[in-house]
Design a protein around this ligand. Structure first.
Ligand code: 2DT
Length: 227
């Protein structure tokens, strides 16, 4: 690791298992002595942008919820506002794990547009967020890939078991989830912004081996056995 920590982004559909992976990965990284910080977007705290994002996601901002570029701008402004915090986290840690980042804006936004407009849109997101807004560029993306039906089942289960959790407008749209999964696969194949590793979210992920790889070490299981 260099002087500044690595920004590692976890992406995937709702119900792909991002939270579980982030928990396991941060434990595995810490067990290897790495200083780990975590954050997630959109930020659902008291920040003004996050409040607007929430309103937009629950259809409380009228026409704005229907505008892909308008919604994307709100998500991007949330990340722009978080930029200084993220930079401070990167200064003080070896790894900063982020649950959703600009790639979510690219994937969910492109999935809402006509396929012909998707390429131009993901380029617009890249330029807006990393160019104009200058948010930290990720070092690595981890895509938790699951069939959209599996993600939908898990998200529905979570909804039944977590009291007071409502579906946002994106989660209620099964077709959107399926198209988003396809855009994610395309972003990974194109190494959008940074390298991507696609992980099998159904078979499960070996968090310790992944932690070793992210830290540039050999997985423990691959080391020659002694004694
Ligand atoms: P969560 O279910 O993870 O809270 O996200 N989204 C998210 C975007 O469309 N663009 C973004 O930049 C981000 C961070 C994904 C709520 C929904 O918001 C979508 C699902």
């Amino acid at each position: 690791m260099g002087a500044v920590g690595a920004l590692v982004v976890v992406e995937g559909l709702d119900g792909a298992g991002k939270r579980t992976l982030t928990d396991a990965l941060s434990t595995a990284l810490a067990a290897r002595g790495a200083r780990v910080a975590r954050t997630a977007f959109p930020r659902y705290d008291d920040d003004v942008h996050a409040e607007l994002v929430r309103d937009a996601l629950y259809g409380r901002l009228g026409d704005l919820s229907g505008s892909v570029h308008g919604m994307t701008l709100l998500f991007a402004l949330d990340r722009r506002a978080a930029g200084p915090l993220l930079r401070a986290d990167l200064e003080a840690h070896d790894v900063v794990l982020v649950d959703r980042y600009a790639a979510s804006a690219a994937a969910y936004g492109a999935a809402r547009l006509h396929q012909d407009a998707a390429g131009e849109f993901v380029e617009w997101v890249r330029e807006l967020e990393f160019g104009r807004f200058g948010i930290p560029v990720p070092d690595h993306h981890l895509l938790l890939a699951v069939p959209h039906a599996v993600a939908a089942d898990r998200a529905a289960h979570r909804e039944r078991t977590e009291a007071g959790r409502e579906r946002d407008t994106y989660e209620s749209d099964g077709g959107l989830q399926e198209r988003t999964g396809a855009v994610y696969a395309g972003l990974a194949a194109a190494s959008w912004v940074a390298p991507w590793t696609v992980l099998d979210g159904v078979a499960g992920v070996d968090a310790d081996a992944l932690a070793a790889r992210l830290l540039g070490e050999e997985p423990v299981s691959a080391r020659p056995a002694h004694g």
